[in-house]
Write a protein that binds this ligand. Structure first.
Ligand SMILES: NC(=O)c1ccc[n+]([C@@H]2O[C@H](COP(=O)([O-])OP(=O)(O)OC[C@H]3O[C@@H](n4cnc5c(N)ncnc54)[C@H](OP(=O)(O)O)[C@@H]3O)[C@@H](O)[C@H]2O)c1
Length: 309
């Protein structure tokens, strides 16, 4: 099976490259090989390479910057999946579009099911929602939504908090973190396993999957939800990063974490206050057992420790 991957240098993209299943011919592209803001280049890539699947892990992910760059965010997040879908309709290939909990407004206060109506609060969420619609115009396409992605490399909350814990603990200062936004952290290694399953393949590394159902690509729902298990605020996540960072030998000691409200920490983009994804049906469809988010975090921190300074 030939898979054209975008976002090779991103958090998820790197983990997908590291966990590529046997039997997959992977063509992994980054920005220098394929500019996702160029729809015609996306179409040409599909026409020339004729992949069985496009796994679109590349995205414009700068949530706050998107508020001042809506055209670019839209070109990458909605234009590229649209171009892939149109080209794949001609070649007979399929599309897995990775999407986000930020397509929901966060107001309902209970986990969002895959089929619920979208109501994004900001430009990033709106462009990702448009990307979902563009992808799903292709029969057989799949959308996989996830939340709060982090891994051992790249720009993410976990690695930022490790640095801040060290700096604030050394300075004897508290670390303020927003406590009134609730979601679920998702480690790239469990997310990559879910992506491979969604296209009918089994990764060599990944989550605690024990089931053998790899039929999600053909029989499963069009929209899948995948996050690690449980729920957390950013504050809870920051506290756990401190505790488990000490346990992993990455920190001498953790800083005191102080809960902040969203109002204390204004950002250009409004974020959903409660964006848990209901993954129940998708876990069954994918045949994957989730890891509780703290267990997944411990595994990521072990990887960070193994990488060394
Ligand atoms: N991060 C999260 O918390 C989160 C949460 C929910 C869903 N998601 C979704 O999960 C997927 C993977 O996210 P991630 O965290 O792995 O993102 P990431 O680390 O920001 O990686 C995104 C990749 O896309 C590339 N990219 C951006 N614009 C491009 C362009 N014009 N042409 C080609 N490549 C371009 C980036 O390249 P450069 O490195 O050169 O910029 C980067 O390598 C995305 O669909 C995202 O929307 C992420």
């Amino acid at each position: 099976m030939k898979v054209l991957l975008t976002g090779r240098e991103g958090q998820l993209g790197r983990t997908l490259v590291e966990s590529v299943p046997e039997g997959i011919e992977l063509i992994a592209t980054g920005r220098s090989e394929l500019d996702l803001s160029d729809g015609s280049a996306c179409g040409v890539a599909v026409a020339e390479l004729r992949p069985d699947w496009v796994l679109n892990a590349g995205a414009y992910t700068a949530v706050d910057r998107a508020e001042s760059e809506p055209e670019l965010a839209d070109a990458v997040n909605a234009g590229a999946p649209g171009a892939f879908a149109r080209a794949l309709a001609k070649t007979g290939g399929r599309l897995l579009q990775v999407s986000t909990d930020f397509v929901f407004n966060g107001a309902q206060g209970s986990p969002y099911r895959p089929e619920q109506a979208l109501d994004p609060l900001g430009v990033y969420g709106a462009t990702k929602a448009a990307g979902e619609m563009a992808a799903l115009a292709l029969p057989g396409a799949r959308v996989l939504r996830t939340s709060w992605v982090y891994g051992p490399v790249g720009k993410n909350f976990c690695l930022t908090m490790l640095r801040l814990h060290a700096a604030k603990a050394a300075a004897g200062e508290p670390l303020g973190v927003v406590a009134d936004q609730v979601g679920c952290p998702t480690a790239t290694h469990t997310l990559a396993a879910a992506c491979w399953r969604a296209i009918g393949a089994d990764s060599a590394v990944g989550s605690t999957n024990t089931a053998t159902n790899a039929s999600a690509a053909n029989e499963g729902p069009m929209i899948l939800h995948w996050s690690d298990a449980g729920a957390a605020s950013w504050y809870d996540f920051a506290v756990a990063i401190g505790e488990l960072g000490v346990a992993a030998g990455l920190l001498d000691r953790a800083a005191v974490v102080r809960p902040l409200s969203t109002a204390d920490y204004p950002t250009p983009a409004q974020r959903p206050s409660y964006s848990l994804l209901d993954c129940t049906a998708s876990r069954v469809a994918l045949g994957l057992e989730p890891l509780q988010w703290r267990a997944a975090l411990a595994q990521v921190l072990e990887q960070v420790a193994a990488q060394g300074p």
